[in-house]
Design a protein around this ligand. Sequence first.
Ligand code: ATP
Ligand code: MG
Ligand code: MG
Ligand code: MG
Length: 352
Amino acid sequence: SKLRVGLLFGGRSGEHEVSISSARAIALALSSEENANKYEILPFYIQKDGRWLAGDVPQQVLTSGVALTTLAAISKLWQFPAQTQEVDVWFPILHGPNGEDGTIQGLLSLMQVPFVGSGVLGSAMGMDKIAMKMAFAQAGLAQVKYLTLTRAQIWSNPCVFPKLCDQIEATLGYPCFVKPANLGSSVGIAKVRSSSELEAALDNAASYDRRIIVETGVVAREVECAVFGNDQPQASVVGEITFESDFYDYETKYTQGQADLLIPAQLPDSVMRQIQDMALQAFAAVDAAGLARVDFFYVEATGEILINEINTFPGFTATSMYPQLWAKSGIPFTELVDRLIQLALERTQKSE
Ligand code: ATP
Ligand code: MG
Ligand code: MG
Ligand code: MG
């Protein structure tokens, strides 16, 4: 009989809409000729308020690609639909907080049902840019200079605040990048060019997260590498992103035609190999599993390769970097989705 795949998408995250797009592409791949005889899809839509829906509504959201604006009134957050009991393997297609960060992974672990992707630790480490950078530093991976702050420091300490700004300026200089530690799709990120812009950027980032990171801005090419596997992960060819805008912000990421993906990136073989090696080290450093996309800055002038971040559930539409990198490395989209489910099943067998 067919394996019942629970597609979890939407979510209480700034990347709710991106999740719907990824889920549509994955649902399509699971209903392809190669996969349809193996898998049955059970869609679950997590509303923006965190409540779960099964049945017709998730199917409608998948078909239309549009998020629900009028939320279904389910009384309790923890009233999960009865259909959750029928799932053989979960595919958490969630980006950002409350989905890519270990919270859902904890719930699925407690259910004792296998799921695609990283577990609790890998997801949490990969989501929090501060924890992630600590793990990368420990692994000896080169990265930009940074400082960390808390919301409390930014919001409730008027005398300390100017000193913090001075410290950021003296240590990191301009431009610098202010980021909420736990987010994605560039939500809440600002490029700051002068002290007059710093306060607003910190205030805005603090509205998204309790933990904030500020980094020195680098002038570099942006390259990404996809990782696939569990204990013996493989790295894909490296891809490059090019765009006209000031940085790779939300609009550039999701407006058709604003960014180009070049796969493989035009890089010396040695640089390509070094990036692949660093991607695998990063994957291991945060204890990722199944899949991850690792983002880098390549400073061409000096030959420096700086790791920027890891994403344990990267964008997964047909045109997203992660599946495209694998398509160019010999694993087509439909096969990739199938193999990710197989990796999920393999992982539970090993740990038990
Ligand atoms: P993703 O959608 O990949 O999860 P994210 O929200 O986690 O993104 P980052 O990848 O950290 O955010 O940063 C988003 C973009 O901001 C980068 O792709 C790059 O264009 C720019 N950027 C971030 N940090 C720096 C930096 N230190 N120097 C230069 N550019 C940067
Ligand atoms: Mg990210
Ligand atoms: Mg991300
Ligand atoms: Mg990124």
